[in-house]
Design a binder for this molecule. Structure first.
Ligand code: NAI
Length: 697
C-alpha cells in the first residue's frame, strides 16, 4: 500500500507513503481514497487526519507516472479531492514539510489544515509551463486571498507555512502547530468532529476590492516578465476566473487553460528540461548504488580565473579548500578576487556578512605540495599547456593520499594523456567548469578511458552538492559543448562572408532566444582563443573550411572586450556592443577580395544554419558515444551556452522542427556555393532516424 490507515481512538489517520516525497501516483491515490471510504463506513471514527510519511506531506504528481496512462487512471487527483471534500466526516490535513502541487491541491480539498512552522508550500506547475490543474487556481485564492495566491501560482516559488498563516483573513491554515503536529491535528480533529455543515474551501468567495484594475495591472507585470512563456499569463487568467466565476465554471476555465498549456512547445520544452536534468545525473554503466568516496577537503591548483571560481563553489557548500600556486603574488591576487566577489554579494544583500566570514575561514593557501596531500579531491586549473599539466600531475601522483580523486579543468587537452602522467589513471577525471565558475551551472564531467566508476559516481554526487548540472562527456577535442560550438562559429563566419553584419547575426540569434549572439559571445570570451584553435586546426585539418574574417579581426588586434575592440567597439569600462565601422570596412574588403557580392539573408536562415550546425555535430557526438543521450546535449546548451530554455535545447528544438525538415534544410544549405557542402552532410544518426521516422527523443 502506498498510503497506510490506522485508527487512533476515534480518529482515522491516513498516511501517504510513496517515497521520496509521497507523489500522488495511482496506488497512493487509490489507497487514500480507500482510507476515506473505510473511515466513512466505520461508525467509531468521528474524524480523519491525512498526513505524509517521511520528509513530505506530498510533493504533488508522481513524476514516475508523468505522461503515462496511470497518471490519469481513476481515482485521478480530481476524484480523490472530491472524495475528501464530500466526506461526511471532517478531514484534517496535517502538513509537516513539503506540500506542493497536487499535494497542496489535495490539502485544499480537506475541511481543515494544520501545519508545522517551516513547511514548504507551493504550486510550482508554472515551472513546467503548466498551471495547477486540480483546483489549485480556484481554491488557493479562496483560501489564502487573491493577491498572495496569484503571487504563489505565477512564481511557483515555495513559501513557508508560518508566513502564509500571517496573511490577514486567510483560511489556508487553521493552526500552525509548534510542537507535535500529529497531536495537534488529532486534537483539532476531535474538536471539530461534530461541526456540520463542514467548511469547504470551494464554498468561500475569492474577493478583491477592485478586481479589474488589479488584474489589468498584474497582466502588464506578468506579461512583461514572462515574454516567452505563456503559462504565467494563463495562470493569471485562471485566478481571475476564481473571482469572476462560480466555482464550477472557474474549474472549467482552469481545465481549459491546463489542456491548452499541455500542448504548447514551451511547456513541452520545460518538461523536457526537467527530465533531461534528472537523466543527465545517471551514467549507463554506473549503478545508482555505486559506493561514493568521501570528500571532506578539496585542493585547487592555480588561483587564476578558473581556480578562484572553482574554489568558491566548495566554500559555498561548506567544504574546506586549499589553493596551491607557484608564487605568493598569484595566491594573493586569487584570494583578493574571491574576497571581491563575496563582498559584492554582501553589498547586494545576497550574502550575510557572517556567512562570508565562515566561507573565508574555510579557505587556506599554500606554495607547497606537501600541504595538499590529505585532500580528498584535487582540481587542477593551471595554464592550458600539456607540459605544465604533466609537471603538476606528476607532483600530484607523488603527494596525494591513496584514493584521492585527481581532476583536471582542462578545456581542450586529452584527459587520457593527463591520466597517464600518473600511476593511478583510474583516479583521474576531467571536471570542466565554465567561466565564471562560481556562477555557471554547467559542469562537464570528462570520463577518461580508465576513470573508475566510483570516481564518476562521487563527482556526479558532489556536483549536486555544489549546485551544478553535471553532464558526462567522453574524451575528445572540445568535449560536448565546445566541439559543437566550433561548428556554430564556422557557420557564423560563413554568414559574414556572404553578406551579414555581426550585429545582424547576433540580433537574429538573440531574437531566437540565445542569451548572446556568436559575435558578442566571441568578444566576451576573447577572439584570440578561437584564433589559437583555428591555427591548430589549419595544421591538423588543412582541408577544413573556415571564414578568414575572424583571423583578419585578430590581426587587427581586436580581441574583444578586453581590448575595447572586437566585432564591436567598446567604450572604456562598459560592455555595450557598438557596431564598428572598422569591422564593416574590413568585411567589405574581405568579400571584395573573394569576389563575393553580398546578399540579404533572412533571420530564419541565420538561425537555422547556426542551430542545425550544433545539432549535426551533436549527432556525431552521440554516435561516437561521447555524449550519452540527446537530452544531455540539451542540458549542456541550456546550462552552459545560453540556449533558450523555452526551446528545450538544440536537440529538442530539432525534434520540434522535425528531423525530416532539418535534413531538407541541410540539403538546401549544402547547395549554397559560399557555404560548405561537406559541412552539411547529415550525420549518419540523423539519416537513420529520418529513415525510421524517429526523433532524438
Ligand atoms: P589563468 O591564466 O587565469 O590561471 C592559471 C593559474 O595557474 C595562474 O594563476 C598561474 O599562476 C597558475 N599556474 C600556472 N602554472 C602552475 C603550476 N605549475 N602550479 C600551480 N599553479 C600554476 O587560466 P584560467 O583561465 O584559470 O584557466 C585554467 C585552466 O582552466 C586551463 O586549463 C583552461 O583551459 C581551463 N578553463 C578555462 C576557462 C576560461 O574561460 N578561462 C573555462 C574552462 C576551462
Amino acid at each position: 500500500m502506498s498510503a497506510s490507515y490506522e485508527v487512533r481512538g476515534d480518529v482515522a489517520v491516513i498516511t501517504l507513503s510513496n517515497p521520496p516525497v509521497n507523489g500522488l501516483g495511482h496506488e497512493t491515490r487509490r489507497a487514500a481514497a480507500a482510507g476515506i471510504e473505510q473511515a466513512e463506513n466505520d461508525a467509531a471514527v468521528k474524524a480523519i487526519v491525512i498526513t505524509g510519511a517521511g520528509k513530505a506531506f506530498s510533493g504533488g504528481a508522481d513524476i514516475k507516472e508523468f505522461g503515462s496512462p496511470k497518471a490519469l487512471a481513476e481515482p485521478n487527483l480530481h476524484s480523490l479531492i472530491a472524495v475528501v471534500e464530500n466526506c461526511s466526516k471532517p478531514v484534517v490535513a496535517a502538513i509537516h514539510s513539503v506540500c506542493m502541487g497536487g499535494g497542496l491541491e489535495l490539502s485544499l480539498g480537506c475541511h481543515y489544515r494544520v501545519a508545522s512552522p517551516g513547511a514548504k508550500i507551493a504550486l510550482p506547475e508554472v515551472k513546467l509551463g503548466l498551471l495547477p490543474g486540480a483546483g489549485g487556481t480556484q481554491r488557493l485564492p479562496r483560501a489564502l486571498g487573491v493577491e498572495p495566491a496569484l503571487n504563489m501560482i505565477v512564481s511557483g516559488e515555495p513559501v513557508n507555512s508560518e508566513m502564509l498563516a500571517m496573511v490577514p483573513g486567510q483560511k489556508l491554515f487553521d493552526k500552525i502547530i509548534e510542537g507535535d503536529l500529529m497531536e495537534g491535528a488529532l486534537a483539532l480533529a476531535r474538536e471539530v468532529a461534530d461541526v456540520r455543515p463542514l467548511p469547504r474551501v470551494r464554498d468561500l468567495k475569492a474577493r478583491h476590492a477592485s478586481p479589474e484594475a488589479y488584474f489589468q495591472f498584474a497582466r502588464n507585470m506578468v506579461g512583461g516578465m514572462s515574454k516567452n512563456f505563456p503559462a504565467p499569463l494563463r495562470c493569471l487568467e485562471a485566478v481571475a476566473a476564481s473571482v469572476s466565476m462560480k466555482f464550477e465554471d472557474g474549474m472549467k476555465a482552469e481545465r481549459e487553460g491546463f489542456l491548452a498549456l499541455m500542448q504548447t512547445p514551451e511547456s513541452k520544452a520545460l518538461r523536457h528540461a526537467f527530465f533531461a536534468e534528472r537523466a543527465a545525473s545517471k551514467i549507463g554503466d554506473v549503478p545508482d548504488d555505486t559506493p561514493i568516496r568521501k570528500i571532506d577537503k578539496v585542493a585547487v591548483i592555480g588561483a587564476g580565473t578558473m581556480g578562484g571560481g572553482i574554489s568558491m563553489n566548495y566554500l559555498n557548500a561548506g567544504i574546506p579548500v586549499v589553493i596551491l600556486e607557484t608564487k605568493q603574488e598569484a595566491l594573493d591576487r586569487g584570494v583578493a578576487t574571491i574576497k571581491k566577489n563575496y563582498e559584492a554579494q554582501v553589498k547586494k544583500g545576497k550574502l550575510k556578512e557572517d556567512k562570508y566570514q565562515q566561507r573565508m575561514a574555510l579557505l587556506s593557501t599554500t606554495l607547497n605540495y606537501a600541504d595538499i596531500g590529505s585532500a580528498d579531491l584535487v582540481i587542477e586549473a593551471v595554464f592550458e599547456e600539456i607540459g605544465v599539466k604533466e609537471a603538476v600531475f606528476k607532483q600530484l601522483d607523488e603527494v596525494m593520499k591513496p584514493g584521492a580523486i585527481l581532476a583536471s579543468n582542462t578545456s581542450t587537452l586529452d584527459v587520457n594523456k593527463i591520466a597517464n602522467f600518473t600511476k593511478r589513471p583510474q583516479d583521474v577525471v576531467g571536471m570542466h567548469f565554465f567561466s565564471p565558475a562560481n556562477v555557471m551551472k554547467l559542469l562537464e564531467v570528462v570520463r577518461g578511458a580508465a576513470t573508475a566508476k566510483d570516481v564518476l559516481a562521487t563527482v556526479m554526487q558532489l556536483a549536486k552538492k555544489i549546485k551544478k548540472t553535471a553532464v558526462v562527456s567522453g574524451v575528445c577535442d572540445g568535449f560536448i559543448g565546445n566541439r559543437m560550438i566550433e561548428q556554430y562559429s564556422r557557420q557564423a563566419g560563413f554568414l559574414l562572408d556572404e553578406g551579414c553584419s555581426p550585429q545582424q547575426v547576433d540580433k537574429a540569434a538573440e531574437k531566437f532566444g540565445f542569451a548572446m549572439g556568436p559575435f558578442r559571445m566571441g568578444d566576451l570570451a576573447g577572439n584570440d582563443i578561437g584564433w589559437a584553435i583555428r591555427k591548430r586546426r589549419y595544421q591538423e585539418k588543412p582541408n577544413l573550411n573556415y571564414s578568414k574574417s575572424a583571423d583578419l579581426l585578430c590581426e587587427l588586434g581586436r580581441y574583444g572586450q578586453k581590448t575595447s575592440a572586437g566585432w564591436y567597439d567598446y567604450q572604456a569600462g562598459k560592455r555595450d556592443a557598438i557596431p564598428s565601422p572598422v569591422v564593416a570596412e574590413m568585411l567589405e574588403k574581405h568579400r571584395a577580395a573573394k569576389g563575393i557580392t553580398p546578399r540579404q539573408i533572412s533571420d530564419d536562415e541565420i538561425v537555422h544554419r547556426l542551430v542545425f550546425a550544433l545539432v549535426n555535430e551533436a549527432a556525431h557526438l552521440l554516435e561516437e558515444g561521447i555524449a550519452q543521450r540527446a537530452s544531455d546535449v540539451d542540458m549542456v546548451y541550456l546550462t552552459g551556452y545560453g540556449f533558450p530554455l523555452w526551446r528545450g535545447g538544440p536537440m529538442c528544438y530539432a525534434d520540434t522542427v522535425g528531423l525530416f525538415n532539418v535534413v531538407q534544410a541541410m540539403k538546401k544549405f549544402a547547395k549554397n556555393p559560399l557555404d560548405d557542402a561537406a559541412f552539411w552532410e547529415p550525420a549518419p544518426l540523423i539519416k537513420r532516424l529520418v529513415a525510421e521516422g524517429k526523433s532524438f527523443s
